[in-house]
Design a protein. Structure first.
Length: 173
């Protein structure tokens, strides 16, 4: 396997060098590359330019890897002003959802009023939530978590624009 890994590594180095060379031929690419926030974004951008640089030493062939949506932080954002919920897992009295937000807020006058407990944690970005009775404005950053008791009225005041806000939400009754 070591020889095969070495071959893959040398191919990746060659792909990286070609990608660096392309920055001189296409000046706009440098700015796009500088705007990437993590390894996955760089890999996706490079792939869009025709370069395969994502494989790491010892990684199995792609057919053996997890599905492309296995990375929660690499999911595509909804259009600006919207939010999307993705069911990740569920049981008889619980569900785990990934929530993707891009410059989203609750409609004027709308309040979430849920029969379930809800626990959230921010994985990326930031958000402001307004809670009612008592009235509280909560600002959340990466790693912050919050638990809503059933029927605790709350609304989203704002979430980040691109690269967006990503939440993990656990609901149970």
């Amino acid at each position: 396997m070591a020889e095969q890994d070495l071959h893959r590594f040398l191919d990746k180095v060659q792909q990286l060098q070609q990608m660096v060379d392309s920055l001189e031929e296409h000046p706009g690419r440098r700015e796009l590359l500088a705007g990437c926030g993590d390894h996955n974004q760089v890999v996706q951008l490079a792939r869009s330019w025709g370069f395969e640089i994502g494989r790491r030493w010892g990684e199995p062939d792609p057919i053996e890897q997890f599905p492309s949506d296995a990375n929660l932080l690499a999911r595509a954002l909804p259009p600006e002003g919207q939010e999307q919920q993705h069911l990740l897992q569920a049981g008889s009295n619980w569900r785990l959802e990934l929530i993707l937000s891009c410059s989203a807020s609750s409609p004027q006058g709308f309040w979430y009023d849920q029969a379930d407990h809800e626990w959230i944690v921010l994985l990326r970005g930031s958000a402001s939530l307004r809670l009612k009775d008592p009235d509280v404005l909560v600002d959340l950053s990466v790693g912050d978590q919050l638990h809503f008791l059933p029927h605790r009225l709350h609304r989203v005041e704002r979430t980040d624009p691109h690269p967006g806000t990503i939440w993990l939400a656990l609901f149970w009754n």
